[in-house]
Design a binder for this molecule. Structure first.
Ligand SMILES: Cc1cc2nc3c(=O)[nH]c(=O)nc-3n(C[C@H](O)[C@H](O)[C@H](O)COP(=O)(O)OP(=O)(O)OC[C@H]3O[C@@H](n4cnc5c(N)ncnc54)[C@H](O)[C@@H]3O)c2cc1C
Ligand SMILES: Cc1cc2nc3c(=O)[nH]c(=O)nc-3n(C[C@H](O)[C@H](O)[C@H](O)COP(=O)(O)O)c2cc1C
Length: 594
């Protein structure tokens, strides 16, 4: 165990040395590395099943979460509740609001962290991750910890942020209580098992969780997890003009049960989606499966075709599916790729095939319906930024939806949700939805200037911001940078935005239509052109928002902002990074990208 005083990245000692736990270091060595874990839903004890921590002298456990869309926060809160119910006290903190000096104050820290972007830490937690990465080796020798990583196994860098966190903590001398668990999007069960194992390790006795038994049936499980309300589609229209390469759609829902303060601008709407019945038929045919065979999901029996249409993801290929289908079809290549350490090869195979393609290309003898459903992940709701304000449209939610459509294996493929919402949801349709709060994307106080940057559907939350400010009579300045392909066909919400300009709610509107010019111009180029003026707005306290594409736009805009700050404020590159990092930790640089 390290005897050195813990230090923060600036070399300052943490405020207090935590009490030392008198257990030998080897007690905490993990049984095996977790580097290649693929979302296993079991909990491995670090010390072969014995309790790891003798006692917790202070009776206090710190729980830190890093989240982009709220799941890690929910898991962290459930863990905190379970710890409190078992006679200890917990403090649950968002890494976005925490300083790593908190770790100098605690004996046991439990981390729940998701991954976003392309293997990145959740944006609001970046400073915490960076500070850990820069802290002095051995400075957390007093700390016992465990990490639960949330991710999606279809991504190449599965649970990468949780893995990095685990590695950083170990490098700083902290000792694992349990091996890290990497969870796929169906994280509920492994997270509950991890919770029980953590408590057992801390309390040194078997623990029965009060909420261990979930509701019966997939529909009840959804109702338990999300506060579902019913919405009726009252408007559905294509925003783009004839000849556009896109058919971006405006959808308005009337939600009679929506309370007056049910959402704030910046929040998203979660939509419960259904698979296309034609895809269900194709999967049944490819597997030689009986549509009416009875299967069991979460303790409830239902016909296979209903299970496939409503509750299971039958499009995205996962490592779990590849492995299972490889075994079923006796195809060693599939099973090999599923388990290979080279995530690149696996990701390429998963990207180029849907489940039905794997079933068709690598046929298996007709299989048992229950075995098949157990190869699949639950169908997830989809999130859409809310493009309205309750003050302007009471009991309504507006969405801006870009259809996903592409050709694969000679067939036109549609996104699960966008296929449904854009093609099979006429006015009058009913949808199950829930409000998804987004505390990291919020309008500042009245009068504070805002700089909004978005491309395509990234404009959606800004309509909510502007409607809210108009309804409140807020005279704060607002500057929008909007990008799309062609002005003539793709200027989403042109009329509404021009009306906001005329009324003064929107102070400036700078557009970038990439396909109207020989040299493609994107929002990041417009930012660079406005270096001086942007720096004046920032100096006057402006908050910066970025919404839309995570893969290209957000990193390009981030680089452009660094350049604006560096040039406009005469800073070095690293000083510009520190400046933008400070804006981010102060909540003045907020990103909602997907
Ligand atoms: C916080 C948040 C806010 C969001 N807000 C919005 C919003 O306001 N508007 C909006 O439109 N979306 C928004 N999204 C995205 C939205 O949730 C869905 O992910 C999106 O609509 C696609 O869903 P889908 O079910 O139609 O597609 P899916 O069925 O999930 O298909 C998408 C997948 O198709 C595959 N794919 C796509 N193109 C190709 C190709 N050319 N070749 C091979 N495979 C391909 C990729 O694997 C991709 O992941 C948001 C997401 C988040 C997390
Ligand atoms: C835009 C976006 C990017 C993502 N990138 C990754 C990734 O690179 N690796 C991964 O394992 N999961 C990735 N995920 C999946 C999330 O980590 C997963 O859904 C997780 O449960 C979200 O937890 P949170 O709500 O706490 O953020 C991504 C999700 C989104 C929406």
């Amino acid at each position: 165990m390290s005897r050195r005083r813990p230090r923060d990245p600036q070399g300052r000692p943490f405020s207090r040395r935590a009490p030392e736990v008198t257990l030998s270091e080897s007690t905490f060595e993990p049984q095996r590395g977790q580097g290649d874990t693929l979302g296993e839903s079991h909990v491995a004890y670090a010390n072969g099943g014995q309790s790891s921590v003798g006692n917790v002298p202070s009776g206090h456990v710190t729980i830190l979460f890093a989240t982009e869309t709220g799941a890690s926060e929910e898991v962290a809160n459930a863990l905190g509740k379970a710890i409190d119910q078992n006679g200890l006290t917990s403090r649950v903190m968002d890494m976005a609001d925490a300083d790593i000096s908190e770790l100098g104050e605690t004996e046991i820290a439990l981390f729940v962290a998701s991954t976003t972007g392309d293997g990145d830490a959740p944006y609001a937690a970046e400073s915490f991750f960076a500070a850990l990465g820069a802290a002095e080796a051995g400075s957390l020798g007093h700390l016992r910890y465990a990490v639960l990583a949330l991710g999606d196994s279809t991504y190449e860098h599965f649970c990468a942020a949780g893995r990095r966190l685990d590695t950083s903590l170990a490098a700083l001398g902290a000792k694992r209580i349990l091996d890290r668990i990497d969870c796929d999007i169906d994280y509920e069960e492994p997270a509950a098992e991890w919770r029980a194992a953590i408590l057992q390790a801390i309390l040194q006795k078997p623990v029965a969780l009060q909420d261990a038994l979930g509701p019966s049936g997939p529909a009840a499980a959804r109702r338990e997890k999300y506060r579902l309300i019913e919405g009726v589609v009252v408007d559905s229209r294509v925003l783009t003009g004839p000849g556009s390469s896109k058919a971006t759609r405006h959808l308005a829902l009337e939600l009679p049960e929506l309370a007056d303060a049910a959402y704030e601008p910046g929040d998203a709407l979660g939509v419960i989606v259904e698979n296309d019945p034609a895809l269900v038929d194709a999967v049944l045919e490819a597997g030689g499966l009986d549509a009416k065979a009875i299967v069991t999901l979460k303790g409830e029996s239902l016909p296979l075709d209903e299970a496939l249409r409503l509750y299971l993801d039958i499009a995205a290929v996962t490592p779990r599916f590849l492995e299972a289908w490889g075994a079923t079809s006796h195809n060693d290549m599939l099973a090999g790729v599923a388990l290979a350490p080279d995530a690149g090869e696996r990701t390429a195979l998963m990207r180029n095939h849907h489940i039905v393609d794997i079933m068709r290309r690598y046929p298996a003898a007709p299989l048992d319906a229950q075995i098949f459903v157990e190869m699949l992940r639950p169908l997830q709701p989809r999130l859409y930024s809310i493009a309205s304000s309750l003050k302007a449209s009471p009991r309504q939610v507006h969405l801006t939806i870009a259809p996903v459509s592409y050709s694969l294996w000679g067939e036109q493929r549609r996104g699960v949700a966008t296929g449904q919402l854009c093609e099979r949801t006429p006015i009058g349709s009913r949808l199950q939805v829930y409000v998804h709060s987004n505390a990291h994307f919020r309008l500042p106080a009245a009068g504070v200037p805002i700089i909004m940057i978005g491309a395509g559907t990234g404009v959606a939350p800004y309509l909510g911001f502007l409607q809210e400010r108009a309804a409140q009579g807020d005279g704060g300045r607002a500057w929008l940078f909007f990008g799309e392909r062609n002005r003539a066909t793709d200027f989403l919400y042109e009329e509404e935005l021009n009306a906001f300009l005329r009324s003064g709610v929107l102070t400036r509107l700078d557009t970038a239509f990439s396909r109207d010019e020989t040299n493609k111009v994107y929002v990041q180029h417009r930012l660079l052109e406005q270096t001086g003026e942007l720096c004046r707005w920032i100096a006057e306290g402006a908050h910066i928002f970025v919404c839309g594409d995570a893969a290209n736009m957000a990193p390009d805009v981030h680089r452009a902002l660094l350049s604006v700050i560096q040039t406009g404020m005469g800073l070095t590159g690293s000083a510009a990074e520190t400046f933008l990092g400070t804006l981010q930790s102060e909540g003045r640089y907020q990103r909602d990208v997907y």
